[in-house]
Write a protein that binds this ligand. Structure first.
Ligand code: K2U
Ligand code: ZN
Length: 173
């Protein structure tokens, strides 16, 4: 299990459409393990493989926020949204690839997702609340989409400029 470095926007690898996985190999299981460890270490409640430079359709999540509640680590291979509610919800989103920047994003309040799990079984589940926001945020990453792509161009450019500056400073450190 390894904590992997998380790519910071702007980075062309974060804009690529990730490739579907076929067959759940032991390598892919190890990758899911590393992603969960990286996510908990950040800390975050979700992480997509492209964020650690792996262009594969794999996301991990654990949106359990209640103190003391059992964590619910999930690994979803080839996740697909099969239904979205007409109702929407607004959430102030962040992103581990765009550190310390937050903005309101409106998304469907509930989604149904189909995926292949770590045992190679097909799963389908409906998500609501923070889980719904998170799973949509993560699936967007697989399609090269970041939450700032939903913002007005000026706000997006402001955030991108801050990240360019941050990366320059980190490179110097
Ligand atoms: O994909 C990522 O960068 C992980 C995000 C997922 C996320 C963003 C916005 C809303 C829901 C999920 C990180 O978990 S950002 C950290 C965070 C932690 C708790 C609540 C919201 C965001
Ligand atoms: Zn993100």
């Amino acid at each position: 299990m390894t904590v992997r470095p998380i790519l910071i926007h702007p980075d062309p690898r974060l804009k690529k459409i990730a490739d579907p996985v076929d067959g759940i190999s032991s390598e892919l299981r190890a990758l899911a393990d590393d992603m969960l460890e990286t996510m908990y270490d950040a800390p975050g409640i979700g992480l997509a493989a492209p964020q650690i430079g792996v262009s594969k359709r794999l996301i991990v999540m654990d949106c359990v926020k209640e103190e003391g509640a059992a964590p619910r680590p999930m690994a979803l291979f080839n996740p697909q949204v099969t239904w979205t509610s007409d109702d929407t919800s607004v959430y102030e989103e962040g992103c581990l690839s765009i550190p310390d920047q937050y903005a309101e994003v409106t998304r469907p309040a509930e989604v149904r997702v189909r995926w292949t799990d770590l045992d190679g079984q097909q799963q389908e589940e409906e998500f609501a609340g923070l889980w719904a926001t998170c799973v949509q945020h993560e699936i967007d990453h697989l399609d090269g989409k970041l939450f700032i792509d939903y913002l007005k161009p000026l706000k997006r450019q402001m955030i991108t400029r801050k990240m360019v500056k941050l990366k320059r400073e980190r490179a110097r450190a």
